[in-house]
Design a protein around this ligand. Sequence first.
Ligand code: SF4
Length: 242
Amino acid sequence: MTAPAPDTTADTLVVAEVFGPTVQGEGPSMGRRASFLRLGGCNLACSWCDTPFTWDATRFDLRAELTRTPVPELVARVLEGSPGIVVITGGEPLLHQQQPGWAALLATLNVAGVEVEVETNGTLAPTPATAAAVTRFNVSPKLTHSNDPTDKRIRPDALTALHHTGRAAFKFVCRTPADIQEAAAHTAAYGIPPHEVWVMPEGTTTGELDERLRLLADPAIRAGFNLTTRLHVHAWGDERAR
Ligand code: SF4
């Protein structure tokens, strides 16, 4: 018997954009059909952030960029076109974990039977309810070149908690082989096995990605890591909502 869908009418979340079906462009699910829900707000300020419109009030009018939206409307939109995966991203989506709308969103997606991926910067531990409802956490701890302070970007308790869910893939944005060594130091410190780690070139153009991928491929493989590119950039460039 199918469980009744939860009543989520009163629940809302602060959203930057909802789009899809497209493909998951990065990490272990790269190439799979997916829809995306991008939530507002972030607790970091990476120098190369490709979604500053979700958090940076010095460059964007966040009242125009972010909209508080009812969860049923969000669910209906992300399930349009029957994607295999719904990706909840940001900004930093785990900042929303205490919102009633978050629980309602996950419950409704679970009832719909769709896989749920959460993309996080790895600074916040998932609540037990979040951990139970998510198919995979795509955890992207930030390295020195992000220019975020070390004590803000590397949170041992959160990284350990995410690793212990048994459903985390760790994705490091890299520019040089030295970045891979920095990533390896972090994964060794937290007991994260290399087969759970993906190295991804930083870049928002095909040229940047190609150039960095050539530099990173051999060192990543030697470190025992997996490699990913950013498939959506190859397909659509830096276009928003793709
Ligand atoms: S954690 Fe992600 S969303 Fe936040 S500033 Fe860094 S790249 Fe941007």
